[in-house]
Design a protein around this ligand. Structure first.
Ligand code: FAD
Length: 656
């Protein structure tokens, strides 16, 4: 089929932006395949950038489906959501319309690593996402399965590469496009596993995607295999919550979106979560039935940081593991036992559940299951998420070896923006490691690849103090507005107001100086170590744990009162004060990294044959496979030695 599609020249490319009015197949600027978390963000971002966009997905009623946990955010993932929101993405706003339990994780640590998280009403999220997608200007949605890609033959003007120019649906109809984004999640040759049973499916109740997987393999993409799993769902009324530890939500709730000051539901009306634990009986059931559990026996790698109960029992024998009982929604009768992802046969899953405290009489509504699927080695894509092999073809989401809704959404926004920019021959929109968690995620994937499902963590990020959840708008909204056009004027104005208010507030706080003893009298709560001879700036006093803007303004109402009128502004001033001195040093380091990032490597460099630069065969192969775009990216490829980097640097400087 690929050979056929290679021969098949597009019938009519049409005028970019025209659709079925022209003869030949309908034409769109951007076609997105898949309506999951990556696909919805990609389609909406491309449309916001002004591209006529088509989202083709198996079923419209599964758009925005949360395949596993009913929650968004968490440590590192909350940062990604704030960055998606800063680029005017959807998931943060939709979560704020659908969250039922908000909790900031990592509160004991500094605000740079707080993890914004919420339990989400699964049904509401899907409804709200579908409403948003179906009402996005320039975005058309079509139900169908994409089976193949239409490709032009390799041409010299396309650097000898072939170029995607459309898609073929399972019914044989074609759609032509300037750019195509693949966001097929766990569906490429997806195979569901429960006990010893295995059957093809992308997730429970959904077909798998085999034609596309074959197309990609035949095109020469390196394909790997990964696995993941989900827990059983339990009837709420069958659980004895009264004997379990209850977790109440935060009050006030911290919204995900910069556009929201509050969320749709008051903290007192939100739902609690409950905590229970596994015990030796659970271990026994797992260990005695390994022979009935083919998912566990497979050598395919699963998510390290969201392991199945079987992996936990095998890796950490004789330990007790937490099981969080999380609500699936306001009017849902289901509870999601987080931590109990399992692929034992259904009857043994029920036996395992009822051996846990509080779940003795629990009724299992759906069994847990595992899914194994193809992913594409992400070293085959550039930082704009376009593939090296096929021009104008983009990959985003779980297809790139990541796990999680937030990782998928983050890649979706970037792919949507870049597919749109590419369709109109504009330069790519790249987020670097120094600018965002999105940059770290994509840089890690494209330079290092992954052999197990990749998830975001704060520990992956070198510039944590700068890349905070509170300042994602400052880092990305202006670039998104000016360079990509993916940000609405309203969001841009809101971010501009916040930026100028912060700058003004900081400069006012720097200008107010008091003798330290005076501050101590005025604010006895501020447990300062006071040097009596040196005056203290208000900004320095604000750094102390027990001082906030409200307290400062009660002492110096004029001019500080006005900075307390917006809670978000007051809190952000406090955070800016906290990190002021540490940031001074971090900014120097960021500048050094940016210097390396500015040293571009020629796109058409043939690492395998070039003789002007001395490199070992091993390094040549690694560079050939990953095709780094900058010296900085080359230096992060495992196995590319410092000596090779020095030689590359010399080569780049001579070539300039
Ligand atoms: P998906 O959300 O999977 O969306 C893919 C979309 O593409 C679907 O709408 C599908 O219908 C569509 N599609 C596929 N092929 C075609 C085609 N040929 N034509 C048209 N449409 C197509 N994540 C975690 O973080 N932790 C977990 O524990 C976890 N467990 C999981 C357990 C299971 C069983 C599953 C299925 C997923 C799990 N995930 C987990 C992963 C999480 O669901 C994904 O990370 C996230 O949904 C990925 O988003 P995506 O947009 O890349 O893909």
């Amino acid at each position: 089929r690929v050979a056929a599609s290679l021969r098949r020249r597009p019938l009519s490319l049409g005028r970019p932006g025209s659709d079925s009015a022209a003869p030949g197949p309908p034409h769109f600027d951007v076609v997105v395949i898949g309506g999951g978390h990556a696909g919805t963000e990609a389609a909406a971002a491309a449309a916001r950038c002004g591209s006529r966009t088509l989202l083709v997905t198996h079923r419209v009623d599964t758009i925005g489906q949360m395949s596993c946990n009913p929650s968004f955010g968490g440590i590192g993932k909350g940062h990604l959501m704030r960055e998606v929101d800063a680029l005017d993405g959807l998931c943060s706003r939709i979560c704020d319309q659908s969250g039922v339990h908000y909790k900031v994780l990592n509160r004991r640590k500094g605000p740079a690593v707080w993890g914004l998280r919420a339990q989400i009403d699964r049904k509401l999220y899907k409804q709200n996402m579908q409403k948003e997608i179906l009402n996005t200007p320039l975005l058309t949605v079509r139900e169908g399965a994409v089976e193949d890609l239409i490709l032009s033959e390799p041409e010299p003007e396309h650097a000898g590469k072939c170029r995607v120019s459309g898609v073929v649906l399972v019914d044989g109809s074609t759609i032509s496009a300037e750019s195509v984004i693949l966001t097929t999640g766990t569906f490429l040759r997806g195979m569901i596993v429960i006990g010893l049973d295995k059957y093809p499916a992308g997730r429970l109740g959904d077909q798998s995607s085999v034609g596309l997987a074959q197309t990609l393999e035949k095109l020469g993409f390196t394909v790997g295999r990964l696995k993941t799993g989900t827990p059983p769902r339990i009837a709420k009324e069958s659980i004895n919550f009264s004997i379990l530890n209850k977790q109440t939500p935060d009050n006030p709730s911290v919204p995900f979106s910069f556009l929201n000051e509050t969320v749709w539901i008051k903290p007192e009306d939100q739902l609690p979560c409950y905590l229970t634990h596994t015990n030796p009986r659970v271990d026994g059931i797992v260990l005695e039935n390994l022979h009935l559990n083919s998912h566990i026996k497979e050598t395919t790698k699963g998510p390290r940081y969201c392991p199945s109960i079987e992996s936990k029992v095998l890796r950490f024998p004789n330990r007790v593991h937490q099981v969080w009982l999380e609500p699936e929604g306001l009017d849902s009768d289901l509870i999601y036992p987080q931590g109990l992802s399992v692929t034992l046969p259904a009857e043994l899953q029920e036996k395992m559940i009822t051996s846990i405290r509080g779940l003795e009489k629990a009724k299992m509504i759906h069994p847990g299951y595992g899914v194994q699927y193809d992913y594409l080695d992400p070293r085959q894509i550039t930082p704009s998420l376009e593939t090296h092999l096929v021009q104008r073809l983009f990959f985003a989401g779980q297809i790139n070896g990541t796990t999680g809704y937030e990782e998928a959404a983050a890649q979706g926004v970037i792919a949507g923006i870049n597919a749109s920019l590419r369709a109109s021959d504009r330069p790519p929109f790249i987020v670097s490691r120094t600018e965002g968690y999105i940059g770290v995620l994509i840089d890690d994937l494209t330079t290092q690849g992954t052999s197990e499902p990749y998830r975001m963590f704060t520990s992956r990020v070198e510039f944590r103090l700068s890349l905070r959840p509170d300042n994602a708008d400052n880092r990305l909204t202006f670039r998104g507005y000016k360079e990509a056009g993916c940000v609405s004027p309203q969001r841009y104005e809101r971010a501009s107001w916040m930026k100028s208010s912060l700058e003004e507030g900081i400069s006012v706080l720097k200008s107010i100086e008091f003798s330290s003893s005076k501050w101590k009298t005025l604010i006895p709560q501020a447990s300062m170590s006071v040097n009596k001879s040196v005056p203290v700036r208000a900004l320095d006093v604000l750094k102390y744990e027990d001082v906030d803007m409200e307290l400062l303004a009660s002492v110096v109402p004029e001019p500080l009162r006005k900075y307390t009128e917006c809670t978000e502004l007051a809190e952000r001033l406090k955070i800016e004060a906290t990190y002021e001195s540490a940031l001074f040093y971090q900014l120097q380091e960021i500048k050094e990294v940016q210097r390396d990032e500015a040293l571009q490597l020629p796109e058409d460099l043939d690492y395998l044959t070039i003789r002007d630069v001395s490199l070992s065969d091993e390094v040549r192969e690694k560079l050939h496979f990953s095709r780094p775009q900058t010296i900085g990216a080359a230096s992060r490829i495992p196995g590319v030695t410092p000596a090779a980097i020095v030689n590359l640097l010399r080569f780049v400087k001579t070539a300039q």
